[in-house]
Design a protein around this ligand. Structure first.
Ligand code: GLC
Length: 421
């Protein structure tokens, strides 16, 4: 679970609201800071929602681009402790995760629209405002670099073991910007030094740097296949929203359906990745009903289909994927999972599977699914699927089982293990 929570949850018009509406920090602060009371904030309930939805780790925005910090930082008074919330919100979050055995991730914004030394670039809320430079003629990115490292130091020192850090932002198409502006190499060394086990995303833009990143982060985007770098498959995680915005957005109506979200999870695992699904809590600190309804529905599906997700990855390449399905595979027990996105009419053909399958059942209720195999009678055989014609014909009930996306669990024959990507 990704969680985007901050001052922008009050305007509830996207976490980039300050930028979209070109608000100077003083005005943004004057309007919202003294309203952030977080009276319904209960990290234990966040963690419970995440767990019930089947999630194993949570990544919280400790600070987003507006510079508002959820923790009690020494480096700015623009933090939750000085707002009506009046406490360190990161601390209780970390405690709740640990108590529930959920791994802890911190999102940290490398850009900071509050900081007087931060450059006014083309993405800054004050872009194009000529007077803005005059407000601080002695702007100094050197000081900014120290500030960023100071804050990262706090986060990685004061809260025990942190499992993952999600740095952001990475300017599209601008190579090496972060290296210069906020000293990505220095941040990397600091991070690995303070938390040697931590997992670091790829948004420090240190793509060709040794140990510069641990995984790649396609955002709001599903790769066509398992992402590679220099020809090698790499660990990856796609981060996705329920609707278009990361922060709580009251009037955003383009929410994904439960079916889309579950299919997204399956597709991600079928390509060897992880899904980081975002919730934007309200400024009061609770998850709204649109979010909890979806989390509950994902959880209902995962409860019966977790075996096709956890520990699973892409299927060996020599298993052909039937239409309207995704395949996942557990290398530990050599089981293959066929996720049926569209319910077929009575028969599912598994091309080239003949001789490789021992047993098939529905995953949700462990009920047997019977199958026969066949070999084609010749080139005009309308039932032949593959060139080898060694197909399995699986008999399905006419009526779709009452689960969002049914899954067939295929026990492969011991001798049919095949090459993994
Ligand atoms: C982007 C956006 C941001 C969001 C993030 C999530 O870089 O700037 O608002 O936090 O991606 O991946």
């Amino acid at each position: 679970m990704f969680i985007h929570w901050g001052l922008y949850s009050l305007p509830a018009r996207h976490e980039w609201v300050q930028q979209h509406e070109r608000l100077a920090h003083v005005n943004y602060r004057a309007t919202y800071f003294d309203k952030f009371d977080a009276d319904l904030y209960d990290p234990v309930s966040w963690v419970n929602h995440a767990k019930a939805a089947g999630m194993k780790y949570i990544v919280l925005t400790t600070k987003h681009h507006d510079g508002f910090c959820l923790w009690d930082t020494e480096f700015t008074d623009f933090n939750a402790t000085n707002a009506p919330a009046g406490r360190d919100l990161v601390k209780s979050f970390v405690d709740a995760c640990r108590d529930a055995d959920i791994k802890v991730g911190f999102y940290f914004s490398l850009i900071d629209w509050r900081h007087p030394d931060f450059l006014i670039d083309s993405l800054h809320p004050l872009r194009g405002d000529k007077g803005a430079f005059l407000q601080n003629p002695t702007r100094d990115m050197g000081r900014y670099r120290q500030f960023v490292k100071g804050q990262i130091g706090e986060l990685l020192t004061n809260y025990g073991k942190i499992d993952l850090i999600f740095f952001d932002y990475s300017y599209p198409g601008v190579q090496g910007k972060g290296r210069v502006e906020w000293d990505s190499e220095g941040i990397l060394k600091l991070t690995r030094g303070l938390q040697p086990h931590i997992i670091i995303n790829d948004r420090l833009d240190l793509h060709d740097y040794p140990d510069g990143w641990d995984y790649v982060t396609p955002e709001q985007f599903m790769p066509v296949s398992w992402p590679r770098r220099n020809g090698q498959f790499v660990p990856w995680e796609t981060c996705q929203t329920f609707s278009g915005s990361w922060g709580y957005h009251r009037d955003e109506e383009t929410w994904k359906t439960t079916n889309q979200l579950i299919a997204m999870l399956i597709e991600t695992v079928s390509k060897g990745g992880n899904l980081l699904l975002n919730v934007g809590p309200t400024a009061r600190g609770n998850f709204d009903e649109r979010a909890t309804n979806r989390l509950d529905a994902v959880g209902r599906w995962v409860r019966y289909h977790g075996k096709a997700i956890y520990g699973c990855t892409a299927a060996p390449e020599d298993f052909l994927k039937p239409g309207n399905t995704f395949l996942t595979y557990n290398p530990e027990n050599n089981r293959l999972y066929v996720h049926l996105l569209q319910w077929p009419f009575k028969t599912l053909y598994l091309p080239g599977f003949k001789g490789r399958v021992e047993y098939i059942q529905f995953l949700h209720d462990a009920s047997e699914v019977r199958f026969t195999s066949r070999t084609s009678s010749g080139p005009n055989d309308h039932m032949a699927i593959t060139a080898a014609h060694d197909d399995l014909i699986v008999s399905l009930p006419v009526v779709k089982p009452n689960v969002e996306i049914p899954v067939l669990e295929i026990f492969l024959r011991e001798d049919s293990e095949s090459s993994m990507p």
